[in-house]
Write a protein that binds this ligand. Structure first.
Ligand SMILES: Nc1ncnc2c1ncn2[C@@H]1O[C@H](COP(=O)(O)OP(=O)(O)OP(=O)(O)O)[C@@H](O)[C@H]1O
Ligand SMILES: [Mg+2]
Length: 415
């Protein structure tokens, strides 16, 4: 299958060399059993890569389990991943299989792997080195044949320096690295992505697609895009829904782009073709400053009106003021729109065995027990085991003594 087919099948937009290289590495490494570490800033599109690797491997008929390591409490993650025996801690009424047992013969995707506690990292290293693991509360060594793909948006080298991530595990996971470029590094894809999202949202909301005017296109391409594709997609959706006009000027677009600070609004790299266009980077910066000034004036007006009228009753605000406040609120929250919530991964998703070649709807595994209850139980159990010695309990739970101390207070645990 060539790159174009893979892109089409997995809904990947873009043709920059760095993106194509990432897809090519995924395709090549897929048939091997090597571990893969996918890195890249938040929102760069890492999530689809483990699926490409799984689908192009001999394991494609086996299970595919995606685990969001950052979303599982430290105290329960070992039991989630490796299972536990009945009675291994208070509340463990039944023995339970862990994801490494369920994924036997398939692929496990450890998302946000940098968030794994050190104790779990040790267990994971063992699986990588010997394919062996032990359920929590058991002494029986079990075998599993699982291919591990991990992803992270944190700098693991720095985490290693801070002793938060094991160096040996890093090298084991990083057998084959795949680096997803930021949008700033693939400016040529920005407009393509925007156009695709605009078309998708037009279809979804049954309205004509928004179109960028030439000045807006330049602004779009040279914006910093801290949240990468996720942010671009959110903004395409917001404009599609909120704006009545379908012709989007730079003025309109600028209202939707968060202004973190003057220097991060535009990417540092000089825009291609900017010299020939009549819209220079300096013009854009001026525009940003004017927009900020306008916002400030708008805000002053709203505050003035609030003070003038009854300060306790917001319904006294003029229609204009309410609109200004709404717009500002939208701008402030545009990183967390509905799409973002929908697109953020749940803790764990499992795809059916032998999924068909086309897109597969993940089955979301609901955690039936309350995680905080489980965490509390694990803490109590561990404290009992070590006769109240917090240092030992904290080490077993894979958390710092300080965190343990905080959690003991939080849960009101009497030692
Ligand atoms: N090349 C692309 N083509 C089309 N859509 C993309 C592309 N890259 C990313 N997306 C979309 O952008 C959104 C964010 O991507 P994704 O969830 O994979 O980010 P991520 O790299 O896992 O970020 P994080 O580190 O925050 O988890 C998703 O909706 C995804 O479908
Ligand atoms: Mg992700």
């Amino acid at each position: 299958m060539d790159l174009q087919d893979i892109k089409q099948r997995f809904g990947i937009i873009g043709s920059s060399p760095a993106l194509e290289r990432a897809i090519d590495i995924a395709r090549q490494v897929a048939p091997t059993d090597l571990s893969v570490l996918i890195t890249g800033e938040s929102g760069t599109g890492k999530e689809v890569f483990p699926q490409i690797i799984h689908q192009f491997s001999a394991r494609k008929h086996g299970p595919y389990i995606a685990v969001n390591c950052g979303a599982i409490p430290e105290g329960t993650i070992d039991s989630e991943l490796f299972g536990h025996e009945k009675g291994s801690f208070t509340g463990a009424h039944e023995a339970r299989k862990g994801y490494f047992e369920v994924a036997d013969g398939g692929t496990i995707f450890l998302d946000e792997v940098g968030e794994l506690p050190l104790a779990t990292q040790a267990r994971l290293l063992r699986v990588l080195e010997t394919k062996e693991y032990i359920r929590v509360g058991s002494s029986k060594v079990q075998k599993t044949d699982v291919r591990i793909v991990a992803a992270t948006n944190v700098n693991l080298q720095q985490a290693i320096e801070k002793s938060k991530f094991r160096e040996d595990l890093y090298y084991r996971l990083n057998t084959v690295p795949i680096l997803l470029p930021s949008l700033r590094e693939r400016k040529e894809d920005i407009f393509l992505l925007f156009r695709k999202f605009a078309a998708d949202f037009a279809a979804k909301y049954r309205m004509p697609a928004i179109k960028l005017m030439p000045d807006a296109e330049i602004l779009l391409t040279n914006y910093y895009w801290q949240g990468n594709v996720r942010q671009l997609k959110n903004i395409a959706e917001q404009i599609s829904i909120i704006e009545k006009t379908r012709d989007i000027s730079a003025d309109i677009l600028a209202r939707y782009l968060p202004q973190i600070n003057g220097s991060s609004l535009l990417s540092i790299v000089k825009p291609e073709g900017a010299a020939t266009g009549d819209f220079s980077e300096r013009d854009l910066l001026y525009k940003v400053l004017f927009d900020m000034k306008k916002d400030l004036n708008d805000l002053k007006k709203v505050v003035h009106d609030i003070v003038q009228f009854n300060p306790t009753n917001i319904s006294n605000l003029s229609h204009d003021d309410v609109q200004i406040l709404n717009r500002m609120q939208t701008e402030a929250t545009q990183e967390s729109t509905l799409t973002d919530v929908m697109l953020r991964p749940s803790n764990v998703t499992i795809l059916n065995n032998g999924t068909p070649q086309k897109f597969v709807e993940p089955i979301v595994v609901e955690e039936t027990l309350s995680l905080s209850d489980k965490e509390k139980e694990m803490i109590i159990k561990s404290l009992q085991k070590y006769k109240g010695k917090r240092k030992l309990a904290a080490s077993e739970l894979g958390i710092s003594e300080r965190t343990l101390y905080r959690k003991i207070n939080e849960y009101g645990i009497n030692e």
